[in-house]
Design a protein around this ligand. Structure first.
Ligand code: MLT
Length: 262
């Protein structure tokens, strides 16, 4: 079954820009960028299947691969009439964006890889993913918020910005158990994307929070080094969720990327 993908957009002219959230989040991650860039681009943020307002496409017992999500992203672009588009993905959204780059290079005009990595999961991390997938199906996704929020946000965000902690928790709680389980299984089997990085032929910006503990700046630096036309932006004070923790820095990075379009 193909779910109807929920999305929201701003702007009626300018370059198309698609925004893909991370795990276990949704399109609300990008609200500041949607609002800020709508006057200069056609910006659309979507909810992958099982996240936000998009229903899960399965019962979560099988993986949804990053390639399958990539096809959903391209289907949204098709529906919107975006022939070539800039694509930004955060963390799992970055894994999806790299899958779009592999499978549909001609559709990409520019790429933003935000708080993400090209490496596959380490073999020792996979059992934990699968255990969490089973746990989500048996008890729901609330435990993911308790386990993940301390890693998703910078220490200063956790202690001093309760509104951002609440916003992040609300996104996690909107994630369906089946959607989370399918994504966890899909992330566990994603390929190492490093061999393909040298073939990315579009302007690319790699963004990372200076205090991102899940995908730290050294991984971002390696990504930016391996992609031929890549720039690196390190956002001070942000953890793994730079679009909400350092919204102006992410907006400026995306604006800068769009300015590099031919
Ligand atoms: C995300 O933010 O999408 C996750 O941290 C990705 C992951 O678990 O690998």
């Amino acid at each position: 079954m193909k779910p109807a993908i929920a999305f929201e957009g701003r702007g009626t002219s300018g370059p198309p820009l698609l925004l893909v959230h991370g795990f276990p989040l949704d399109r609300a991650l990008w609200r500041a960028q949607l609002d800020a860039l709508g006057g200069e681009a056609r910006v659309v943020a979507l909810d992958l299947p099982g996240f936000g307002a998009t229903p899960a496409e399965s019962d979560g017992r099988a993986p949804t691969t990053m390639e399958a999500y990539a096809e959903q992203v391209v289907a949204v672009a098709d529906a919107l009439g975006f022939v070539r588009f800039a694509l930004a993905g955060l963390s799992m959204g970055g894994y999806v964006a790299l899958a779009v780059a592999r499978r549909h290079p001609a559709r990409l005009a520019a790429l933003a890889l935000v708080d993400t990595r090209a490496e596959a999961d380490a073999p020792e991390a996979r059992p934990g993913r699968l255990k969490n997938a089973d746990r989500a199906l048996s008890e729901g996704t609330a435990f993911l918020a308790d386990e993940m929020l301390p890693k998703l946000l910078a220490p200063a965000t956790l202690s001093g910005r309760p509104e951002l902690v609440a916003a992040a928790r609300a996104m996690v709680e909107r994630t369906s158990a089946a959607g989370a389980a399918a994504a966890l299984r899909g992330m566990a089997e994603r390929p190492d994307a490093r061999p393909d990085l040298g073939r990315i032929a579009v302007p690319t910006t790699v963004v990372v929070g200076a205090e991102d503990s899940l995908t730290p700046p050294e991984l971002a630096r390696a990504l930016a080094t391996a992609i031929p036309d890549a720039e690196l932006v390190v956002a001070p004070g942000a953890g793994h969720l730079t679009p909400i923790e350092a919204p102006d820095a992410v907006t400026a990075a995306l604006r800068g990327l769009l300015a590099r379009l031919p």
